[in-house]
Design a binder for this molecule. Structure first.
Ligand code: IPE
Ligand code: IPE
Ligand code: MG
Length: 242
């Protein structure tokens, strides 16, 4: 018999994706403004990134800002991107020390120029790191990613470079934002919410899902280990009869 969160073995997934949710709720409960929750969320990002890298996760995708989050109050968006700018500079030593390579997943069009500049610089700086790949999903939407991939397919067909009869799953997968990343084996969502919120719709087809009740600012090593232990207890069938 397995004991939840107890002495089961920690099984490290190859690819992990996280919906980092509950910053606002954490702040509200603590009597702070929502932005304080986002600030504390940055510390939780550092903990999860370094621990995943240490444990040998190959790819970690963090949902930092969705396409739908653009409808939040302007002030919150401004403060969030201010935090992101700081993160992209302040965390460079952490990324380098842990051999982490940073990537961006999402649309670039609406990102403030300064964010794009710092993002590109950090991607470039870490490009030769051979350890974990860390994808930040910013201005990301799963449906938008599929629509963008469909547009690229159509453009390749129109240019005479692709025969429509050969379009299959791999042709579409190759046109996603980061086709080189392995599909998540484990999808973690914090703050107890049981939904996907337009995250990696294509890639999570066979991901195991772990929902943690703690809000993102409180998600630490223990919670990550609990998720990996639960992952180790799952039987993945991929539609087959075992
Ligand atoms: C997640 O926390 C961070 C972002 C979506 C940017 P929220 O801001 O969604 O916090 P809650 O869900 O309102 O508590
Ligand atoms: C999902 O959280 C997006 C991120 C974590 C960046 P939301 O807080 O935006 O999702 P909903 O609105 O609860 O579905
Ligand atoms: Mg939320």
């Amino acid at each position: 018999m397995s004991t939840p969160g107890g002495d089961d073995q920690l099984v490290v997934p190859r690819s992990v994706a996280v919906i980092m949710d509950g910053n606002g709720r954490w702040a509200k409960r603590a009597g702070f403004e929502r932005i304080r929750g986002h600030e504390r969320g940055v510390d939780a990002v550092r903990t999860t990134v370094t621990e995943c890298a240490r444990l040998g996760v190959e790819a970690l995708t963090l949902y930092a800002f969705s396409e739908e989050n653009w409808s939040r109050p302007k002030r919150e968006i401004k403060l969030l991107f201010g935090l992101l700018e700081r993160f992209l500079v302040a965390e460079r030593p952490t990324l380098m020390d842990n051999d982490v390579r940073l990537l961006h997943s999402g649309r670039r069009e609406r990102l403030p120029p300064r964010v794009l500049e710092l993002l590109d610089e950090t991607v470039e700086l870490t490009a030769k790191n051979g350890g974990m790949r860390l994808a930040l999903a910013i201005s990301y939407g799963g449906r938008q990613e599929l629509a963008d991939a469909a547009r690229r397919l159509a453009a390749d067909v129109a240019a005479g470079e692709l025969d429509p009869a050969t379009v299959d799953e791999s042709a579409l997968a190759a046109r996603l934002y980061l086709p080189e990343l392995p599909d998540p084996d484990l999808l973690i969502r914090t703050a107890g919410e049981l939904r996907v919120s337009n995250f990696l719709l294509w890639q999570i087809s066979y991901a195991e899902i772990h929902v943690s009740d703690v809000c993102w600012p409180e998600f630490g090593k223990d919670e990550l280990h609990a998720a990996f232990r639960e992952f180790g207890r799952r039987t993945r069938r991929f539609g087959k009869v075992l």
